[in-house]
Design a protein around this ligand. Structure first.
Ligand SMILES: [Zn+2]
Length: 315
């Protein structure tokens, strides 16, 4: 008679975080602050089905699979001992920024290692600063290292994955991710975002080598246009691509209460898109989904939307 093994617990959703992510300090009036990750962790701390582990630092080899080594060395050399340095009007380097960014990229790589080792089911990386605006040789839009890009290249280089899909539902277009992969057919990048809005890229006719799918949405689009866009274009592209791993650039600034965007999504939309992604991943790539925090600037909305996201990852 077949009996389940008494010690066979269902695999959990890995949540990665590190206190060093609090040290990046773009200034008191900057929307991207340490309270963002505090708000998410506080909302997740008693959730069933998750395991919270410290995020390791990414190493130089991991970083430089997605970034120019000269760019990375320059950032390391520029890191101030105290106070902060403006890299552009939105993007700052403070004491502690380098390790904060390395914890973000390290979280993505470690999550992939854990999932491929069969130790975790899927993962959410609660790290900052965010990453999807950082290009191979340029910091911008609050971002220093492109964690989703570093993670995708790690999966391709180390785990023998042939194709990786990066799905981005942040309200802003991930210009950095697009720029890094626009000549890389082994990576599919699909982004829904508000247009017009920073950074001004992400038109539907930007298609890379046929591996970029931009889904620009007008201000006020709301649930119905968001869901229609993913149902009719984004998810079918994911299905045709047949990736071995899905990385999510999980920005929550398309929420109706976010001060930086006007897409008017609700918590339930984050449940829905996450369910759609996980449903496909369960059928096609053993459920392998690594989600990485991008934007989200209303702390209450960030906490509730990311809770909806993680509940869908665990269910
Ligand atoms: Zn954003």
């Amino acid at each position: 008679m077949h009996r389940p093994k008494p010690d066979s617990e269902p695999m959990k959703t890995l949540v990665l975080y590190h206190d060093e992510c609090l040290n990046h300090d773009p200034g008191p009036r900057h929307p991207e602050g340490a309270d963002r990750v505090r708000a998410i962790l506080s909302a997740l701390k008693n959730m069933a089905g998750i395991e919270i582990l410290p995020s390791p630092l990414a190493n130089r080899e991991q970083v430089c699979r997605a970034h120019d080594p000269h760019y990375w060395q320059k950032l390391v050399d520029l890191e101030p001992d105290n106070d902060r340095l403006a890299l552009d009007p939105d993007t700052f380097l403070s004491a502690g920024s380098i390790n904060a960014a390395l914890r973000g990229s390290g979280a993505g790589c470690f999550a992939i290692d854990q999932i491929f080792a069969g130790k975790s089911r899927n993962a959410f990386c609660v790290t900052r600063p965010p990453g999807h605006h950082a290009e191979g040789n340029m910091a911008m839009g609050f971002c220093l290292l492109n964690h989703a890009a570093v993670a995708a290249r790690h999966a391709l280089a180390v785990h023998g994955v042939e194709r990786v899909a990066i799905l981005d539902f942040d309200v802003h277009h991930g210009n950095g991710t697009q720029a890094i992969f626009e000549q890389s057919p082994e990576v599919l990048y699909v982004s829904s975002h508000q247009m017009p809005l920073y950074p001004g890229t992400g038109y539907a006719d930007e298609t890379g080598c046929g591996n970029i799918l931009n889904l620009p949405l007008p201000p006020g689009a709301g649930s119905s246009q968001f869901r229609t866009s993913w149902s009719t274009l984004g998810l079918p592209a994911l299905h045709s691509f047949q990736p071995g791993l899905i990385i999510v650039s999980a920005g929550f600034d398309a929420h109706q209460d976010d001060p930086l965007g006007q897409l008017e999504l609700q918590d339930d939309d984050y449940s829905w898109i996450t369910q759609q992604i996980c449903e496909y991943a369960n059928k096609a790539c053993a459920g392998r989904v690594v989600s990485i925090l991008e934007g989200g600037y209303n702390l209450k909305a960030l906490a509730s939307a990311s809770t909806a996201h993680v509940e869908a990852l665990t269910s």
